[in-house]
Every structure is written in C-alpha cells, then in structure tokens.
Write a protein that binds this ligand. Structure first.
Ligand code: 6PG
Length: 246
C-alpha cells in the first residue's frame, strides 16, 4: 500500500513489528558511517523494540559510541518518574548499552515546559551545527513515532497551535489532550521532518480506529508528520482497518 511520500509495511503481530523496526534501525545505522542520531518516541508502542535493542543480535550490531539518542517529546515530570518517556527508554535499553554522553533527554527539571523546550532546541541546534534546517543534511537518521487515539504524534495534538509552528524546533505544551494529563515538551513538525526516515509504529486493535482515520486522509497531526526523506508506517495486522486486512 502506498500514498504520496508514505509507504505502509504490514507485519503479522507485535513481535514481528518490533523485529522489523529493529531491522530498519540497524539499516539506517549501517547506511551512515559517521555520527548517527535517532529520535525516539514515548508511549507504550516502542517498548518491545527498545527491549529488543538490548539483546543479541541487535546489541552487538549497534556501534553504541557513534549513536546519539534523542526523544521526540516528553512529559514534564521528573526524570525518574515512570511516566517520563526518556526514563522508559533508559530502563528498557539505554542504561545498559549507551554511553551517558550519547543520551539526550529533554530537561524536565527546567523551570517550566517553555524553558525546557528552549534548552532542548539549543542542544539540538548545537548537535546539528546550525539553527536552520538544510534539507540535504537531515538532523536525524531515524525518527520513531507512535500515534495517539486522537491522531496526535509526539505531543502535537489536533487543533493545538503547536502543530502550526514552523519557526521553532521544540515547544512547551501546557496541557495534554489525552492521558497522562501533564504538560509536555515536543519537537515541532519541521524538526521531526528533518530525518532520513520517519517510522510510525502501529500495533494492536486499539490502533485500528485511528489508523482508519489516518488512511482516509483526515487532517490529523499524524498525517501532517512527514519526513523530508522516507515516511514508513509499520503496522501489524490487528491495527489494520477491516477492509485492509484481506
Ligand atoms: C507520549 C508520546 C505519544 C505516543 C502516542 C502513542 O509521550 O505519550 O510520545 O505521542 O507516542 O500517544 O502512545 P502509545 O504508544 O502508548 O499508544
């Protein structure tokens, strides 16, 4: 199945989805002999993938000293709170595998979400070496994304002003549209787009309703999020709409 600039890959189930995502991540790493940047997603969708990366054969295939790990959004809670997205990724694999200097959390101990957003934007810009994007030089090798029940990606919720922002890399989001109802900090659509590949993870029947709306082309953040390079939706069969399951 294809749509303009979007490629849909269907796998059997959640286990196959985590393996397929890990394989794509390794391919992206192998395609870049230099410094690599991965932008992770939060929520429950990527947990199995993250745990897999800490196990063989993936663990030995990742050149950990060359790979930098960022997060597309975080909940504005303490870095040790289980609700914190980076904390989940750390527990699942980063603490065991990645050098601390290569892990780039959003600073949720800043005074407020806007300050945390400004700090993260500066960190990203210093890593990138510029404060405007050059389409020939993507910020990230891979951006992972999940989709919420309302069609949000990262913490860019439908009809919130943050989805229109073109001139900032990271924004504070004072109120979430879905649980957990804590303030958020999120990369903007242009920052997420600056990647070689954007990989959506869609698993389980809970995702079927929103995937149906996405595939119908509704104006949702999930449909506005497109990579400047390749955009791939990795879906398991349970997540597919009835008419697409075959
Ligand atoms: C967050 C996210 C968010 C998430 C989707 C999907 O902090 O909640 O980064 O965008 O990816 O809500 O969440 P699930 O994977 O839990 O369904």
């Amino acid at each position: 199945m294809t749509a303009p600039n979007r490629h849909i890959v269907v796998v059997e189930d959640a286990v196959a989805l985590a393996e397929a995502a890990a394989d794509r991540l390794i391919e992206r790493i192998e395609a870049n002999p230099g410094r690599i940047a991965i932008c992770m997603t939060g929520g429950s969708s990527p947990k199995r993938l993250y745990e897999l990366l800490a196990t063989e054969p993936y663990r030995s295939e990742i050149p950990w000293d060359r790979v930098h790990w960022f997060i597309g959004d975080d909940r504005f809670v303490s870095s040790s709170d289980p609700l914190n997205n980076m904390s989940m990724a750390r527990t699942a694999f980063l603490d065991a595998c990645a050098p601390l200097a290569n892990v780039h959390p959003i600073k949720t101990d800043a005074a407020n979400p806007d300050d945390a957003a400004a700090l993260y934007a500066r960190e990203l810009q210093s890593f990138y070496g510029a404060d405007t994007f050059d389409k020939a030089k993507p910020l990230f090798d891979l951006v992972l994304l999940g989709v919420g029940p309302d069609g949000h990606v990262a913490s860019l919720f439908p009809s919130y002003p943050a989805i229109e922002i073109k001139d900032r890399w990271v924004v504070g989001v004072p109120e979430a549209h879905v649980k957990p109802f804590v303030p958020r900090v999120s990369l903007t659509l242009p920052a997420l787009a600056s990647c070689r590949e954007m990989l959506f993870l869609m698993s389980g029947e809970d995702k079927r309703a929103i995937l149906t709306r996405v595939l119908k082309g509704e104006d949702l953040p999930a449909n506005r999020a497109r990579s400047d390079g390749e955009t791939v939706w990795l879906c398991d069969k349970a997540a597919l709409p009835d008419d697409a399951r075959g």
